[in-house]
Design a protein around this ligand. Structure first.
Ligand code: PMV
Length: 351
């Protein structure tokens, strides 16, 4: 389909991310109760295009297509987001915007798409702002602005604005860190061993999430373990920053599994209580720990707020671990589904 003569296009591919130290609990306007650390994925991403031109009425209009079909639910979310910060998004006011989005992973994979989709929206809006003559500062400041917008749309999305390992939340250990936006770890802060880490996502169930992210974070308000949890997350973050630098895999395994199981523990003992793991999730964890004990291969895992498992391992053991997945773990996956992913380089602009 030909573009309208006055129409322009912006196209970003933004990957999802997986947290190793979890963000769980927020306050104020989408501010985290503790700093979190994630790496950005490679294969699980959102492709988003914004086509824009001056609108005939002079008012902003938005059309939103998800996987080629109009989607009113997403459109309403985007309109609400743009209206929530009228000054910041003033540059969109007289434009006719057509937003097209699709994910590399199927909706039924149970993978949270808000990090990649809201990350993509923020990157598209930052580029649009610049094309409309809005100065967002230095390249670094422009990315912080995009990360800030992504955070307001969906907390963890702010970490997807960068590749590699990213921290969101103010901590005295990282100068420049902030509750408002994420910052990337520098190359020298990540041992080469972790820079190429692999993540195979086992799809245990593709069902819709039993608890929305908003309701999930709200469970931490008044949770009896809230204060100790936030302290624990800070300690785990501090330890993980050291571990990422020195390449200590034993400590990495201990911290990452502790974070994953704490997240699920907090959901189990909150009110109301949620058990988001399935029997197959536990079976995989048991198999994984037996495999690790028997072979000495440093395979570990993390979990999102759902039943699917992210298997984390060094690239050097890919062959053995792929064989283990095929031999022992595929049987626990819904329709034998899994996605080989890993640490990625971050958003990509197509022009
Ligand atoms: O960004 P939200 O509001 O969808 O929350 C994400 C929460 C976890 O995925 C469980 C943890 C995290 O830090 O990504």
């Amino acid at each position: 389909m030909a573009l309208h003569p006055q129409e322009h296009i912006i196209y970003w591919r933004v990957p999802s991310n997986i947290a190793l130290v979890k963000y769980w609990g927020k306050h104020g306007v989408q501010l985290p109760q503790n700093p979190s650390l994630s790496f950005t994925l490679r294969q699980s991403y959102t492709d988003m295009q914004i086509l824009y031109r001056p609108s005939e009425s002079g008012n902003r209009t938005i059309d939103f297509y998800f996987e080629g079909k109009p989607n009113e639910k997403f459109k309403a979310k985007i309109v609400q987001f743009l209206e929530s910060l009228p000054d910041d998004f003033a540059f969109t006011k007289g434009l006719q915007l057509t937003i097209k989005s699709l994910n590399s992973f199927p909706h039924s994979a149970g993978i949270a798409s808000s990090a990649s989709s809201m990350g993509a929206l923020a990157m598209c809006l930052a580029t649009l702002a610049q094309k409309q003559g809005v100065f967002l500062g230095s390249p670094e400041q422009a990315l912080q602005k995009a990360s800030n917008w992504a955070r307001l749309a969906s907390g963890s999305a702010c970490r997807s604005v960068y590749g590699g390992y990213t921290v969101w939340g103010a901590t005295h250990e990282l100068p420049g860190s902030s509750d408002l936006f994420a910052i990337p770890l520098e190359t020298q802060q990540v041992h080469p061993y972790f820079a190429t880490f692999c993540d195979t996502i086992l799809i245990i169930s593709g069902e819709e999430k039993a608890v929305s992210s908003r309701a999930g974070h709200a469970l931490m308000n008044g949770h009896p373990f809230a204060t100790v949890r936030y302290e624990q997350a800070r300690r785990n973050l501090s330890r993980l920053l050291d571990v990422l630098k020195n390449g200590d895999i034993e400590d990495f395994i201990q911290i990452v599994e502790n974070e994953a199981l704490t997240l699920h523990g907090l959901m189990m003992n909150s009110n109301p209580s949620f058990i988001l793991m399935k029997p197959a999730t536990l079976a995989v964890i048991e198999e994984l720990r037996t495999f690790r004990r028997d072979t000495g291969i440093p395979l570990t895992f993390t979990l999102d707020a759902g039943p699917n498992i992210h298997l984390l391992y060094p690239l050097a053991y890919q062959v053995e671990i792929h064989a283990f997945i095929t031999d022992r773990l595929v049987r626990y996956c819904q329709e034998n589904r899994y996605i080989h992913d890993g640490v990625g380089t971050g958003p990509q602009l197509f022009n």
